[in-house]
Design a binder for this molecule. Structure first.
Ligand code: SAM
Length: 219
């Protein structure tokens, strides 16, 4: 059961453009789980890593540090909000193996089978249930055979509706409507998109828990 998103994708894009200057605080709250996900991703020197929905770029440096030290190692970050790309760009030092572009995770401007790892933190939980398969299909397309998908999502222990979702269903935005996401259980979507070796780890948190999903593109 996937609840509807509190706002529509076009509104979300505008909202992220506006909140970019203050988003760092929210990004800081989710930093621990993102760090764990990056550890679990086992990024190796020389790998090609694509991050979708980079926000202010909190995870770009950690990813780049791991792929660096080998000539082919590269990180490409993508976000649809101009304000976020601008913020993320400020974190990058000259010489980092990081490139940033503005774009839609539902139409990734990258060649098929060209990335070792796709990392995406707190993006699917913003998307309507019919948009999630489109984005995961794109992740699968751009990953090489055997490539890994690593996701972090706002989530919940099981399918039961949380208080948070009930409030949304009554039209009560949480935090004055500042929060745009709702908890998702992404593993079934990941399997349906044709990924294998799907693993889920759940971490409790406030106001909502998080899940880390690891999966692999099969041959
Ligand atoms: C909740 S923030 C997460 C940012 C960061 N990854 C983190 O974990 O803190 C979601 C980000 O995804 C971006 N985003 C949402 N939908 C997107 C899409 N279809 N394509 C690309 N970026 C998208 C938003 O602009 C925003 O920067």
């Amino acid at each position: 059961v996937t609840s509807p998103t509190p706002v529509k994708p076009a509104q979300a894009a505008r909202r992220y453009d506006l909140v970019a200057p203050w988003y760092g605080m929210n990004a800081w709250l989710g930093a621990g789980v993102a760090r764990e996900a990056i550890e679990r991703a086992q990024v190796r020197p020389g790998e090609r890593v694509l991050e979708l929905g980079v926000g202010t770029g909190r995870d770009l440096i950690a990813l780049a540090r791991r792929v660096g030290g080998a000539p082919d190692g590269t990180v490409l970050g993508l976000d649809q909000a101009r304000g976020m790309v601008r913020r993320a760009r400020r974190r990058i030092a000259h010489g980092d193996a990081i490139h940033l572009i503005r774009g839609d995770a539902g139409r990734i401007p990258a060649r098929s089978a060209s990335w070792d790892l796709v990392f995406m933190s707190r993006v699917l939980d913003l998307m309507d249930a019919d948009q999630i398969p489109v984005v995961l299909g794109e992740c699968r397309r751009v990953l090489r055979i055997g490539g890994r998908l690593v996701l972090v999502n706002m989530s919940k222990p099981d399918e039961r509706l949380t208080l948070f979702e009930r409030l949304y269903a009554r039209g009560w935005g949480f935090g004055g409507g500042l929060f745009l996401s709702r908890p998702v259980l992404a593993a079934p979507f990941v399997r349906a998109a044709g990924f294998t070796d799907v693993e889920r780890v759940y971490r409790r948190g406030f106001p909502m828990g998080s899940e880390i999903i690891l999966a692999r593109r099969p041959s």
